[in-house]
Design a protein around this ligand. Structure first.
Ligand code: SF4
Ligand code: SF4
Length: 83
């Protein structure tokens, strides 16, 4: 399941550099996560790195994108092929 950034985001920019998949970018006052690139950090880390570094705990699961661990690994493989 991809993650999403809610409107408590304070636009601090810490999470962008922490993402191993370049899934986070600056939006319109809030940072945003590209669900096509977010793997919950599966294949890189044990825990989502954006959640670990966010100072205001504003990153939640995005229920619109239910995915198994296998699907997340396949997504990562796809990202590596197109890197
Ligand atoms: Fe990037 Fe990992 Fe956060 Fe997804 S969970 S946006 S892959 S840091
Ligand atoms: Fe927003 Fe949290 Fe990312 Fe900072 S670390 S830009 S508060 S989501």
């Amino acid at each position: 399941m991809a993650l999403k950034i809610n409107d408590l985001c304070v636009d601090c920019d810490i999470c962008e550099g922490a993402c191993p998949n370049d899934a986070i970018s600056s939006g319109n006052g809030l940072y945003v996560i590209d669900p096509a690139r977010c793997t919950e950090c599966v294949g890189h880390f044990d825990d989502p790195q954006c959640v670990a570094v966010c100072p205001v705990e504003c990153i939640d699961p995005d229920e619109r994108y239910p995915e198994t661990r296998e699907q997340l690994l396949a997504k990562l493989e796809g990202l590596r092929k197109h890197a």
